[in-house]
Design a protein around this ligand. Structure first.
Ligand code: ZN
Length: 134
């Protein structure tokens, strides 16, 4: 397997302050914002030579991103790998003993099917698999 890192997800309190911060940091413009209602998050994307940075702000005080920030503070939330066949990869990881956080691929930001792997099985890093929706 030779997966490309699609994006790195960063949990933030406020896109309103974090978008200009990352625009200054990367010296590039946020090219897209998108609300993912299923996940109760607002997202903002930056492109860095093929890899993306995804900023995530919770829309719900009890949402996963709000809970993450309450526990750990703002910061690195997940690393996402683009896979050619998410269903097959989910099957492979399940057979390898990894815990998947969703049984079936679900719709994520950026027109992608996504699945998350529990961080307790991956040295504390939440891993996202994603496949661009046909
Ligand atoms: Zn992501």
């Amino acid at each position: 397997m030779d997966y490309k890192v699609d994006h790195i997800g960063i949990a933030v309190n406020s896109l309103k302050t974090s978008i200009p911060l990352y625009e200054r940091l990367l010296d590039s413009k946020c090219y897209k914002t998108e609300q993912v209602s299923g996940e109760q998050v607002d997202t903002a994307f930056f492109l860095q030579n093929g890899a993306k940075i995804e900023l995530l702000e919770s829309l719900d005080p009890n949402g996963v991103i709000a809970k993450f920030i309450a526990k750990k503070g703002e910061g690195l939330h997940h690393i996402a790998f683009e896979v050619p066949d998410i269903q097959a990869e989910m099957e492979r990881l399940k057979n390898e003993g990894f815990t998947l956080l969703n049984e079936a691929p679900k719709l994520g930001a950026d027109n992608k099917w996504v699945c998350f792997v529990h961080p307790r099985d991956t040295n504390g890093v939440l891993i996202e698999l994603c496949q661009t929706k046909a």
